[in-house]
Design a protein around this ligand. Structure first.
Ligand SMILES: Cc1cc2nc3c(=O)[nH]c(=O)nc-3n(C[C@H](O)[C@H](O)[C@H](O)COP(=O)(O)OP(=O)(O)OC[C@H]3O[C@@H](n4cnc5c(N)ncnc54)[C@H](O)[C@@H]3O)c2cc1C
Length: 266
């Protein structure tokens, strides 16, 4: 990454105007990913004065500013209490603490990284994104957008839902990217399942979720649910693992994850 000029934005509108002025202008999150890229940045736009690093809550939602670091997310007691520690479990598998003090939620979402441990978690928590100009859209819709919004991610909203959670990252070493990752969240009446790093980006297993939510989880439905899941999710090869290996992992952790969240009350 080579930066020609640095701009410390005074407002969202100011940041947006600079972003629009040149396709080579970019927003800075923690710059950890940007730093890895061989990219010329004409003007790097810093949002640090815009108070986007705050987590607040209303009766129905948590609102997380896009500049919130991964460490603040994992330390957010109220948020983690509501989601049965799901956010914390995922964050703790991402590099070390000093790294997580710099990496931001905004950079993690806007990067749409296929290996992301965070995107699946936010999918099962039904996160909604707020952009400066585009307004609100669900994380799921954002992942399906062919063209990335050329906009500033301002905040992420998480509805308050009590539930049971399970997170699993399978990787070759503790600091490596996932070979596969899973997030499960079960509220009183809804089970949601996301699987990522397939090696494609995380997806919700919607048919499987609908089947289990309608038919329950018992000795009769388990084999059918597993079959549905394996048909619905596609797997591929990359340097971290083969499609066949991922399939074997998926079978084991699908069963383990659903069992875990179906146990007891939420
Ligand atoms: C060595 C390394 C290992 C990693 N390992 C893992 C891992 O195991 N699991 C995992 O889940 N993740 C991992 N990550 C990803 C990491 O957690 C962050 O998601 C990543 O660094 C991006 O966050 P950032 O704050 O550094 O964003 P930046 O690098 O600053 O930005 C990334 C992109 O997002 C854009 N952007 C940033 N903020 C905004 C905003 N508010 N609005 C619009 N656009 C914005 C930037 O312009 C840029 O295009 C790893 C990253 C690195 C560098």
């Amino acid at each position: 990454m080579k930066i020609q000029q640095y701009h410390r934005a005074t407002s969202l509108e100011d940041a947006y105007n600079v972003l629009m002025a040149n396709p080579k202008n970019h927003i800075l999150g923690g710059a950890l990913w940007l730093k890895q890229l061989d990219r010329e940045i004409e003007t790097a736009i810093d949002l640090q004065d815009l108070k986007l690093d705050e987590i607040s809550q209303s009766e129905t939602h948590f609102r997380i500013g896009s500049m919130t670091t991964l460490y603040r997310l994992e330390s957010a007691e109220a948020l983690n209490e509501w989601c049965d520690q799901l956010v914390r479990s995922a964050m703790q598998h991402i590099m070390g603490v000093s790294f997580r003090h710099s990496a931001t939620l905004g950079g993690s979402i806007m990067g749409r990284y296929a290996f992301s441990d965070l995107i699946g978690v936010f999918l099962v928590l039904e996160a909604e994104l707020e952009f400066h100009k585009t307004g609100k859209m669900s994380l799921e819709a954002f992942l399906h957008e062919r063209k990335m919004p050329n906009d500033i991610l301002v905040a992420i909203y998480i509805p308050k839902q009590k539930g049971k959670s399970f997170f699993k990252k399978v990787s070759n070493t503790r600091l490596d990217f996932a070979i596969l990752n899973f997030a499960f969240f079960k509220t009183d009446d809804q089970l949601r399942i996301a699987i990522g790093s397939r090696p494609s980006i995380a997806m919700l297993a919607k048919e499987t979720m609908a089947f289990i939510n309608a038919s329950g989880w018992n000795d009769d439905t388990k084999p059918q649910a597993l079959e549905l899941f394996m048909n619905e999710v596609s797997f591929g090869n990359n340097q971290r693992g083969s499609a066949e290996y991922r399939k074997q992992l998926a079978k084991v952790y699908f069963m383990r994850g659903v069992e875990e969240v179906m146990k007891g009350d939420c």
